[in-house]
Design a protein around this ligand. Structure first.
Ligand SMILES: NC(=O)c1ccc[n+]([C@@H]2O[C@H](COP(=O)([O-])OP(=O)(O)OC[C@H]3O[C@@H](n4cnc5c(N)ncnc54)[C@H](O)[C@@H]3O)[C@@H](O)[C@H]2O)c1
Length: 256
């Protein structure tokens, strides 16, 4: 399938997990991709896999910190110049940290909000002129099941993801008449650096009985990042042409 032939795609979080899987999915479907991450080694791994897949000629990677306004400004400008415009922005970069809320420091709170919510805003703001110029621009943002279902010890993370959902709705309405679509995905139970590598870092005394339900109803536990990448590709392609201003939960029925 070549749904992304001629499409210019910018993806954050391209050095690991779902963002990385999305890079490879869109390259496989013919797109040209700029992948951003703050992790240079992760980006090198993404580029190495693209070389193995024979898609490296359509991939450019760059180190960008999405929480840093100057870094985002320069990174998006370079990406738009490299691609000669922009049709799709996938805001997959994010961080997960856990703590008891009564022990959460302001620094901890601000760090999570700065990356997840403010980073999504900064990337989107900088990319909007090029996406609007495209006339068929799409923004896919990353919410989480934590935005709508209780995730104890993850109040800052959940609030950042709820904010991303609200931000996506506002964006969709504001620019719909200019041909822009904005959609959020809400994954849960996906194996990635966040869940199986570095992990959420739950407090040592976490009461697991507070988690109403963690097990997907289908499959054999966590799904791989490629399961989300396929949905992102659908939403960002013309197959998602009538989808905007909403969120799509991808959690194997964990929260039905
Ligand atoms: N894995 C899950 O079950 C799950 C569930 C819900 C939502 N999500 C969301 O999916 C998205 C992708 O996460 P993942 O699961 O693939 O995790 P991951 O840790 O494997 O990937 C996240 C990537 O974001 C990058 N990143 C973090 N901070 C950054 C910054 N300031 N600037 C640039 N890059 C930065 C990291 O270096 C990493 O490569 C995230 O937004 C996450 O919140 C994941």
């Amino acid at each position: 399938m070549e749904r992304f032939e001629g499409r210019r795609v910018l993806i954050t979080g391209a050095g690991s997990g779902i963002g990385q899987a999305t890079v490879h999915r869109i390259l496989a479907e013919g797109g040209r991709v700029v992948g951003l991450d703050r992790d240079e080694q992760g980006l090198a791994a993404t580029a190495a896999t693209a070389a193995e897949n024979g898609t490296a000629d359509r991939l450019t990677t760059a180190v960008v910190d999405i929480a840093d306004e100057g870094s985002v400004r320069a990174g998006v400008a370079d990406a738009v110049a490299t691609l000669g415009g922009l049709d799709v922005l996938v805001n997959a970069a994010g961080i997960l940290r856990s703590a008891h809320t009564h022990e959460t420091t302001l620094e901890f709170w601000n760090t999570i909000l700065a990356v997840n919510l403010t980073g999504t805003f900064l990337m989107t703001r900088e990319a909007l002129p090029a996406l609007l110029e495209s006339g068929r621009g799409v923004v896919v943002n990353f919410s989480s099941t934590s935005a709508s279902f209780t995730h104890p010890y993850m109040a800052a993370y959940a609030a950042s993801k709820g904010g991303i959902q609200s931000f996506t709705h506002a964006l969709a309405g504001e620019y719909a008449k200019q041909g822009l679509r904005a959609v959020a995905v809400a994954p849960g139970s996906i194996s990635s650096g966040m869940t199986t590598g570095r992990g959420p870092g739950l407090p040592e005394d976490a009461d697991m009985s507070l988690f109403a339900k963690l097990i997907p109803a289908i499959g054999q536990g966590m799904a791989g990042p490629e399961t989300v990448a396929g949905v992102v590709a659908m939403l960002a392609s013309d197959d998602g042409a009538f989808v905007t201003g909403t969120e799509l939960r991808i959690d194997g029925g964990t929260h039905m």
